[in-house]
Design a protein around this ligand. Structure first.
Ligand SMILES: *[C@@H]1O[C@H](CO)[C@@H](O)[C@H](O)[C@H]1NC(C)=O
Ligand SMILES: *[C@@H]1O[C@H](CO)[C@@H](O)[C@H](O)[C@H]1NC(C)=O
Ligand SMILES: *[C@@H]1O[C@H](CO)[C@@H](O)[C@H](O)[C@H]1NC(C)=O
Ligand SMILES: *[C@@H]1O[C@H](CO)[C@@H](O)[C@H](O)[C@H]1NC(C)=O
Length: 203
């Protein structure tokens, strides 16, 4: 074999510069935010943080003013929401909520956050929704927010929505929340189990 020095190509050099710049950015971010460092999971099985919480939605029905935490703010066109199914799919209904979020299943258990945002029903043929909200944490364990959004494919037993960002203790966090219906009382109340896994954290 002939001995010769290996010189990096200009392409390799430019990618080295990008890596160096990325490392600089990470270090700068660490300095700017109380020394926190960005942690990115290297595998789907190893989130950098995970938690399970329960979301309680109590819809305003006309006589539960003190208890309700969510309200329909649009009246869907009956012709559209019943066009495929006589029972109606709520197509076009938008609900705004300020819902209790707990660590245990029970509605009366210790709150960990509020879920503040909205969902709307977006399918004529069956129940289907789209969600966008913040989990606002103000407990001894956490302060800050996690921002979640995505299609809530209600016909699926579990469905994933995106955790698109965060603030405070969840500075710049990203991940996935897996939702499943955990309990329901007619059209007044439902509870969702939310398994939240973050794959990008600052620690
Ligand atoms: C509220 O209204 C629902 C349905 O209209 C009724 O079943 C329920 O008993 C009412 N509750 C109270 C506390 O009046
Ligand atoms: C839908 O309505 C039909 C009658 O129109 C009824 O038999 C059926 O149980 C309803 N389905 C649901 C899920 O409520
Ligand atoms: C957070 O909790 C503290 C202590 O319970 C309270 O004083 C404060 O008003 C709360 N902040 C918000 C935004 O709810
Ligand atoms: C509030 O609503 C939930 C869900 O419908 C119900 O289980 C609970 O008993 C209600 N609490 C009060 C105080 O009315």
């Amino acid at each position: 074999m002939q001995g010769h020095t290996i010189k990096p190509s200009s392409k390799q050099l430019s990618s080295m510069v990008v890596v160096a710049a990325a490392i600089m950015l990470v270090l700068l971010a660490g300095v700017a935010h109380g020394g926190r460092r960005r942690l990115v999971s290297s595998s789907e099985d190893e989130p950098c943080k995970k938690m399970t919480v329960y979301y309680h939605d109590i819809l305003y029905t006309g006589n539960n003013t003190a208890n309700a935490t969510s309200a329909a703010v649009t009246k869907p066109a009956a012709a559209l929401s019943t066009s495929h199914w006589a029972n109606g799919t709520f197509f076009g209904l938008l609900v705004v909520f300020d819902d209790l979020v707990t660590e245990e299943q029970a509605l009366s258990s210790e709150p960990v956050a509020r879920a503040q945002g909205f969902y709307f029903y977006d399918k004529k043929e069956e129940y289907n929704a789209w969600l966008a909200f913040s989990l606002v944490f103000n407990s001894t364990a956490y302060t800050g927010t996690l921002n979640l959004m995505g299609a809530d494919l209600m016909y699926e037993k579990t469905r994933d929505i995106s955790v698109v960002g965060g603030t405070g203790d969840f500075f710049m966090s990203r991940g996935i929340a897996t939702l499943s219906l955990n309990a329901a009382e007619g059209t007044v109340y439902f509870r969702l189990k939310m398994d939240i896994k973050l794959y990008e954290c600052y620690v």
